[in-house]
Design a protein around this ligand. Sequence first.
Ligand SMILES: *Cc1c(COP(=O)(O)O)cnc(C)c1O
Length: 236
Amino acid sequence: MSLVAERLRSIKARIYAAAMRAGRDPASVRLVAVTKTVPVEFVVEAVEAGAKILGENRVQEALDKMRGLETLKPGHLSEAGLPAWHLIGPLQKNKARLAVGNFSLIHSLESPELAREIDRQAKKKGIVQNALLEINIASEETKHGIRPEDAAGFMKEASGLENLNITGLMCVPPAADDPEKSRPYFKEMNRLAAELALEGFEMTELSMGMSQDFEVAAEEGATLVRVGTAIFGARG
Ligand SMILES: *Cc1c(COP(=O)(O)O)cnc(C)c1O
């Protein structure tokens, strides 16, 4: 078995165990294998080893890899099941046209202007684009995302956009060496999602947890954990 396949298997086992500890259905926590900066050969290994969702930070890099995967392993990969692609990094408005329709989920919706632009581009393509609202859960100056207290207003406004479908929330809490430091933020995300669901907004997905803290996230209600380094090794 390749190193990537071995690590992937171990991460999945740890997600399973974390979900079980919290009394959650392990199938409700899905792994997004974060392939940013990872050469396409290793992405192929991950897909062959059962990675179903790939996460990329940059639109163009992702598009190149989508093509690369097709060229490298056309027949074989469709047997393994073609992966879904998620955009997890910041999306500039002028890249929305390229992103819409190429990613089954955009995790990084963070402004009303971007929401309107995604909606406009999706309308042109005749599709509905799924996205998550990125929450700046610790209200950090330097971080992307909208503040928790603005989430309800945002959801209300965005509900008028017919070609944009917000299916939940995403966050990147402050970097910490101890995964337990992320727990209060994950709890707060879960609470916020429950509150928005009570107001009638769709809150199917909760995208939180990275290599450092994905087990804590799985315990606290994540439905998508985004793991790069722990699968592919440190980025160069
Ligand atoms: C890079 C990245 C990840 C993965 O981080 P690792 O620490 O390598 O697991 C997850 N989410 C976002 C938004 C990222 O940019």
